[in-house]
Write a protein that binds this ligand. Structure first.
Ligand code: AMP
Ligand code: GLY
Length: 425
């Protein structure tokens, strides 16, 4: 079997790694991939958002399945284009991907479906948005409607901060078209959790829970990032929450999409705030999370391709998805300066020693090969992942592996999974 993975981050290395370990021994191609995926198959010199080049490659090479990592190509209609050409795809249609591509669309679906979520209003007019903020008061959350590379959300603790965010989006156009509309939302409080589900248009199979660490520094301090680490399972998601999340979040959303003539196929990621009044949806993503995927797939037991193919075919069953009892932890090693500006091209050493730690696997994110050396090529450089019989063991192994790796000005959080460790005590 020939599998094409679209994307070049840590999530895609984890997907390619898991797929490459399937018993069917598939051949892996990645567009564009990174230095990690290069060890599993062939990297193609095609950007993840280059829908036409991907379609052209597929027409010539006829992969058995295309697994799409990032949101941008899905929102640009990659799945529709490939399906029309007779290529099997894991990933939703453009219409379904709007759940991530437009926060206003997503909220409209949730409100119509009765999905628990923050109260909100949307605006294109700056004066009206400012008046709404003054009326509601702070804390309050301002979100650019469209895709803004993870930078479109401002959790404003003061009215002035919220006003600034609205002006930057609607008047100064800092997010371009993605920020021409804003969603202004009630502030919610509580621990967050990521719940992902595979959906084949009809059947929903929920994946193991995970928690991401968004702030750059220990104790959840400093600016937001794409994610500095993750672990699975997340004990904050208690047994009683699962049926609620399945019914009130996933089933309701799917029924409402169907009413609108939209069928969802792929993975749907619900970012949840576990408030004192129960779980509420902060956002939907139309793809796997990064770095949650690194932690989740480390725990996936057995082959993954039968599940991904069944999603595309509409034949998904619970039995395709099984979990190891181990816990997993992914620690992101980032470039100095990230999430601000950072240098690239620093040589990375110690990867083989890190991969030899029992239970550990190093997923590459921002890396590339340069004359046979692995060098940094992004802000989030590596996702150092480990499983263990307990969360303590997984954490210790992941940090032992981090200790084997060197690159100039590397930084990483030392407290990934602290909440799970506290629960386990
Ligand atoms: P999003 O991209 O929508 O997930 O937002 C990024 C982050 O902003 C989330 O992970 C939360 O930490 C925070 N956030 C988003 N919406 C809210 C909200 N309504 N209340 C409090 N925090 C929020
Ligand atoms: N880890 C957050 C995301 O993938 O959006």
């Amino acid at each position: 079997m020939k599998i094409l993975v679209i994307g070049g981050g840590g999530r895609e290395h984890a997907l390619a790694w898991k797929i490459s370990n399937d018993s069917s021994k598939p051949r892996i191609f990645c567009a564009p991939g990174n230095a990690g995926t290069a060890t599993l198959g062939t990297n193609l010199a095609i950007g993840a958002a280059d829908v036409n080049a991907i379609a052209a490659w597929c027409a010539g090479n006829k992969p058995d399945l295309v697994v799409v990592g990032p949101e941008a190509p899905l929102c640009a209609g990659l799945a529709d284009k490939l399906i029309a050409a007779g290529i099997k795809v894991f990933g939703p249609s453009q219409a379904a991907a709007q759940l991530e591509g437009s926060k206003i669309f997503s909220k409209a679906v949730m409100d119509a479906a009765g999905v628990p979520t923050a109260k909100s209003a949307s605006f294109t007019d700056c004066a009206q948005a400012l008046a709404y903020i003054r009326e509601q008061g702070a804390p309050i959350v301002v979100k650019a409607d469209g895709l803004a590379a993870g930078k479109g959300v401002t959790v404003a603790m003061t009215v002035a901060e919220a006003e600034k965010a609205v002006r930057e989006s609607l008047e100064k156009n800092i997010f371009g078209d993605a920020g021409k509309k804003v969603l202004i939302e009630e502030f919610l409080d509580g621990p967050e959790a990521s719940i992902l589900a595979l959906i084949d248009g009809e059947h929903v199979v929920m994946l193991a829970s995970a928690q991401d660490h968004k702030r750059v520094n220990d104790r959840d301090e400093g600016p937001n990032t794409g994610g500095m680490g993750a672990y699975s399972p997340a004990p904050v998601v208690t047994d009683d929450m699962w049926p609620f999340i399945r019914e009130e979040v996933f089933n309701r959303t799917l029924r409402e999409l169907k009413k609108r003539g939209i069928v969802y196929k792929g993975v749907l990621y619900a970012g949840l705030m576990l408030t004192s009044k129960g779980p509420k949806v902060l956002e939907f993503n139309c793809r796997f999370g990064d770095p949650e995927t690194q932690a989740i797939l480390a725990r996936w037991d057995g082959d993954i391709l039968p599940a991904l193919i069944a999603v595309a075919d509409g034949t998904l069953k619970e039995k395709y998805v099984r979990w190891k009892t181990d816990a997993s932890v992914c620690v992101v090693m980032a470039a100095g300066g990230y999430p601000g500006s950072y240098k690239q091209g620093e040589e990375i050493t110690g990867l083989p020693a890190a991969n030899r730690i029992p239970g550990a696997v190093v997923f590459h994110a921002g890396t590339k090969l340069d004359s046979g050396r692995v060098v940094t090529a992004g802000g989030r450089v590596l996702g150092v992942t480990a499983i263990g019989a307990t969360v303590r063991e997984a954490v210790d192994r992941a940090y032992e592996a981090c200790g084997k790796i060197q690159f100039a000005n590397a930084h990483y959080r030392r407290d990934i999974a602290w909440r799970a460790l506290k629960t386990a005590e």
